[in-house]
Design a protein around this ligand. Structure first.
Ligand SMILES: Nc1ncnc2c1ncn2[C@@H]1O[C@H](COP(=O)(O)OP(=O)(O)O)[C@@H](O)[C@H]1O
Ligand SMILES: [Mg+2]
Length: 546
């Protein structure tokens, strides 16, 4: 093991960290890029079953180097080759991050990690006092979760210094925009990675272990896997949760993009300001380029305070990138013209219905331009994009539009149906339910939002979890019935039967919209997840119609 300062003359070529870009970005964000790791790579230790992906090769890093990266001395010595937050995922050579959770302190599980081969522990002073940690090499930091990303990045050789990461934040449109980015990158010949709610992919290949919102150690390991696999660019969803929890600490962003902000996730954030500030953290200078959609007040505020922000509009605002002349087809496709900052007009075609997807697409174009993908090439990639459970069209040759969408909040239901309305000649037939064991207050609001916009609303079950499904439907129906503009209301608890009924109602030119569960593949009833996939069920109902 030999460590050389990054700016040392004669540092060997092929050293893992610290190209010029990384050093610049590091200097700006305070991210540590202090050393080039020139120790030889060795094969990674074996993985426990079901553990998240790790790189095939690792380079041992001394504990004191990790300590220096986060400004604390190492207590004891060890050589680290991996990091984990979950004791059950620990491998030989790991640093176990023992942080305080909502129920227990991670340090209580340290014995499990150590038995699995963990060689050191990162924890807080409280954790460090546990008897189980006596004699174990430690890094003790007052807020270990905040520095975990930085530590993990160091352990994995600062992988995002070798990748262009395009991060998308905002209340809605993250998954969709990330898919568009992935397609645009691929169309331009880049090797793309995707990190998001609906899955993780490398060059179009789905990773077997789905990481919904990767914790910092898993995320850095995933980036290291991507570097090994030759990925050049990564499209990534960045939730406000991930930002607030420090999960993207240690990640270098080439582009930070903002789609929009609306009342959502206020169960986690104190208020809208707090929520906005969490999202805005991605625009604190850590990204080389900022792209901001200025179609809502929050976007305008963010653009105004972000130096050099590239602005985007799909609503006729004053912005560098504009989408104009949007036209929709009754088959659910749409077209628009993107106007680039230098006045070029680029035709764009989307298979994704819904006006807001024009905004998502123009945000994606501006992001791709920032990393050198011309809009015309990107647009070619967009034409075929379909996102599982996001305005997902189900095609079985039926003479009406059939859509599966994840909308499961009042605002999202309203936005979904408002976006579809202009594209539907006939009636909107909506199948919707509300989840159990979650925010009860939104049930009547979801019922009302759907009833006000649907010609036929079929109230059904979502994931009842441990609640009585009939009681959930009653709360939703109460909101629907109180809505003065409500269309026809039908209650069918069985979701499969509800979908079949919607299809049976549909006439040419109508739209059947199955909302709430999107890409989910199960229905949770009393702690049991029964296989259920809206897209599969809707396709089956459509086939049964013929
Ligand atoms: N730009 C947008 N504005 C409003 N709603 C949107 C936008 N993009 C997508 N949606 C809707 O929001 C929901 C989630 O979309 P998705 O792309 O998965 O966003 P996220 O990953 O941010 O949750 C879907 O119901 C989708 O139809
Ligand atoms: Mg998402």
């Amino acid at each position: 093991m030999r460590l050389v300062p990054t700016d040392a003359p004669g540092a060997p070529p092929g050293a893992r960290t610290g190209d010029a870009r990384a050093v610049r970005a590091g200097a700006r964000t305070g991210a540590p890029v202090a050393f080039r790791d020139v120790s030889p790579a060795r094969e990674a230790p074996p993985a426990p079953a079901g553990a998240p992906p790790r790189p095939r090769a690792v380079r041992p890093v001394p504990l004191d180097v990790l300590g220096a990266a986060i400004g604390v001395p190492a207590r004891g010595s060890a050589t680290v080759t991996g990091v984990t937050l979950r004791a059950s995922d620990a491998r030989p050579g790991d640093l176990f991050a023992a942080v305080r959770g909502s129920r227990a302190h991670g340090a209580d599980h340290a014995a499990v990690a150590i038995a699995a081969g963990a060689v050191a522990v990162l924890t807080d002073p409280d954790g460090a006092r546990r008897p189980a940690l006596a004699g174990v090499p430690l890094l003790v930091h007052p807020r270990p979760r905040e520095v975990l990303g930085t530590v993990a990045a160091q352990v994995h050789g600062d992988p995002t210094a070798h990748l262009r990461v395009l991060g998308v934040t905002g209340t809605s449109g993250k998954t969709t925009t990330a898919y568009l980015l992935e397609a645009g990158l691929a169309a331009a010949g880049r090797t793309a990675g995707l990190v998001g709610t609906v899955g993780t992919r490398i060059d179009g290949r789905r990773l077997p272990t789905a990481l919904t919102t990767p914790e910092a150690p898993d995320l850095q390991a995933l980036f290291a896997v991507m570097v090994e696999d030759g990925v050049t660019d990564v499209a990534m969803e960045v939730s406000s949760h991930a930002l607030a929890m420090g999960r993207v600490a240690g990640t270098r962003f080439a582009v930070a993009a903002f789609t929009n902000l609306s009342q959502d996730h206020l169960d986690f954030h104190r208020d809208m300001e707090d929520y906005f500030e969490a999202k805005a953290a991605l625009f604190d200078g850590r990204a080389e380029h900022a792209v901001v959609c200025v179609d809502d007040e929050w976007g305008r505020r963010l653009a105004a305070r972000t130096p050099g922000a590239v602005t985007v509009t799909a609503a006729g605002a004053d912005a560098a990138w504009r989408a104009v002349d949007a036209t929709t087809g009754h088959d659910g496709t749409q077209s628009f013209t993107a106007i680039t900052p230098d006045g070029q007009r680029v035709p764009v075609r989307l298979r994704l219905p819904g006006a807001f997807n024009v905004a998502n697409a123009v945000v994606a174009l501006a992001c791709l331009d920032a990393v050198g993908v011309p809009a015309a090439a990107a647009a070619e990639g967009f034409a075929q994009v379909a996102v599982p459970g996001r305005m997902q069209r189900i095609e079985e040759g039926q003479p009406f539009l059939a859509i599966v969408d994840y909308a499961h909040k009042p605002g999202a239901v309203a936005a979904l149906l408002d976006a579809l309305r202009p594209q539907v000649k006939g009636r909107l037939i909506v199948v919707l339910g509300c989840g159990g064991d979650r925010d009860r207050g939104k049930r009547p609001l979801m019922g009302a939002a759907a009833a006000a916009r649907a010609d036929v609303l079929i109230v059904t079950d979502d994931n009842p979890r441990t609640e009585d499904p009939a009681a959930i439907r009653a709360e939703m129906l109460a909101g629907a019935k109180a809505e003065p503009g409500a269309g026809e209301l039908v209650e069918i608890g069985d979701r499969r039967a509800a979908i079949a009924a919607a299809v049976a109602y549909a006439r040419p030119g109508d739209a059947v919209v199955v909302a709430g569960k999107g890409h989910e593949t199960g229905q949770e009833v009393m702690g049991v997840k029964h296989p259920f996939d809206d897209a599969v069920e809707l396709a089956e109902a459509l086939r049964g119609m013929r």
